[in-house]
Design a binder for this molecule. Structure first.
Ligand code: GLU
Length: 482
């Protein structure tokens, strides 16, 4: 079993590409086979600098490792198509020699005219096969002129083949044109390059997007023209938005690496992508990598479109975050926190904080909002009105008095632990005749600078006596001056 992922470096990898890579990888890993990475960069006009690296970076991030590829030596190197052009040219020549292909010298202008005439007659535009049956003499006169190589598609009959997900597929040959194999710049089209490479690289199973179904007959014809056995094809389903429209940004879909920036865990992305068009059973959602590998099979790939659900992905990420050990979450969250607050964070300190926030975050980036105040130096930045909230908006004195009581009570706590702090502070609300939650609200803003934060007394414990009291006193000052 040998599978491949063959991206064209024409832009940032999106999740549809990566989902295909994942399926091909899972299939290879399930069967103990090889998974290889091939860069299909023969469309020179559409190349985007850095796109091949972005593909590799994404795969590495997700732990989709390849056994052969542009950056690894392998028996079938090179794995970048632009370095294999001579192979495509010799194979195109082989098809010319066996009368399966021919040189076409039609100028772009002529092709344009033909297309216009066909459109005027309401015919589907396609090459009119002008050069297909030139005589040897006619060809000789054009020798050396710019040309492309076209496939000599059978004019009649049908091409019957099989897709591992979709079953038997039949294509009428007269609906196909004499498509280009080799372009005038000497580079192959995808049709030629992919088939030659899938054969030479001994690919046994091709998993690719459903959009390639329409090219399948051409590819089978090329295989047969060479006398080669085609691999097993499986065209994986399209991914749609919840509104069943083509997946786009407005559905919350991003370029694959953007998910890393947004604070998604690679294991959550892998799990989520695996379920876009594949299922373990009819209900299991959280499936780890080992289980995916153990159970993956082409038989459970679904032909109908998969629906992308951004909320489900976020939920899943939260589930994976909760399943991490606190130590691991501290390690994973630290770079996000450091980027968010713009300074280095002591890992030991973060490890103390993590248990307070682990249940409350869905994204690693949430660590910033949930923990930045632990690392703030000097007075926190917040508006004094936040301290008062709705409850004390008209009664700042009461809030200030409440904070005074809290300070006095906290100062008396000798063992600075959340239990002791709660015992000391909770009863104060009753004495003031306010709800505990209202008093805690003021204290929360005073010590964290925000209205939503981790549990209050645990937070005070981790902040420590000195900082907590300093912030409480500072808040009193704000109410006085405000
Ligand atoms: N280079 C093609 C693409 O990026 C690959 C399709 C295939 O897997 O054969 O769509």
């Amino acid at each position: 079993m040998r599978t491949r992922y063959a991206p064209s470096p024409t832009g940032e990898p999106h999740i549809g590409n990566i989902r295909t890579a994942l399926f091909a990888w899972l299939l290879a890993r399930h069967h103990g086979g090889e998974f290889l990475l091939r860069i299909e960069d023969t469309d020179r006009a559409r190349l985007v600098e850095g796109a091949a690296e972005a593909q590799m970076e994404t795969l590495r991030w997700l732990g989709i490792d390849w056994d052969e590829g542009p950056d690894i030596r392998g028996s079938f190197a090179p794995y970048t198509q632009s370095e294999r052009v001579d192979r495509y040219q010799s194979h195109a020549q082989q098809l010319i020699d066996t009368d399966w292909a021919y040189r076409c010298h039609c100028s772009p202008e002529r092709l344009d005219d033909v297309r216009k005439e066909q459109q005027a007659r309401k015919e589907p535009p396609r090459y009119d096969r002008f050069c297909r049956d030139l005589t040897a003499e006619e060809r000789a006169t054009k020798e050396g002129q710019p040309s492309v190589v076209r496939f000599k598609t059978p004019l009649t009959g049908e091409t019957v083949t099989h897709d591992a997900i979709r079953g038997e597929m039949t294509f009428q040959n007269d609906t196909l044109d004499d498509f280009v194999l080799l372009k005038s710049d000497g580079y192959p089209t995808y049709h030629l390059a992919a088939i030659v490479d899938d054969h030479l690289m001994e690919i046994t199973h091709v998993l690719r997007g459903e959009e390639w179904v329409s090219s399948l007959a051409r590819h089978i014809l090329i295989f047969r023209a060479f006398g080669w056995e085609p691999p097993v094809y499986a065209h994986v389903s399209t991914i749609l938005g919840p509104d069943r429209a083509k997946l786009s940004k407005r559905h919350g879909a991003h370029a694959a690496l953007t998910y890393r920036e947004l604070g998604y865990l690679p294991e959550a992305i892998v799990n989520f992508l695996a379920l876009l068009g594949w299922s373990l059973d009819d209900h299991t959602e959280i499936i780890d990598r080992e289980t995916l590998i153990k159970h993956f099979s082409i038989e459970r790939l679904l032909p109908n479109p998969a629906v992308f659900n951004a909320e489900k992905l976020e939920w899943m990420n939260g589930a994976y975050i909760r399943a991490l050990s606190p130590q691991e979450l501290a390690v994973r969250g630290r770079p996000y926190l450091e980027a968010g607050i713009g300074k280095a964070v002591d890992p030991g300190r973060l490890a103390e904080i993590v248990p307070l926030i682990q249940e409350r975050i869905k994204l690693l980036t949430d660590v910033v909002e949930m923990a930045d105040f632990f690392f703030a130096e000097g007075p926190l930045e917040y508006d004094a009105s936040l301290l008062l909230g709705k409850r004390f908006a008209e009664e700042p004195e009461e809030a200030r008095g409440g904070l005074g009581l809290v300070i006095a009570a906290a100062e008396g706590v000798s063992d600075w632990k959340h239990e002791a702090l709660e015992v000391a502070i909770r009863p104060l609300a009753e004495g003031m005749g306010v709800k505990a939650g209202d008093l805690f609200g003021v204290v929360r803003v005073a010590v964290t600078g925000k209205t939503a934060a981790p549990p209050l007394f645990e937070t005070m414990e981790v902040l420590g006596r000195e900082v907590t009291l300093e912030r409480l006193r500072e808040a009193v000052g704000r109410l006085r001056s405000g």
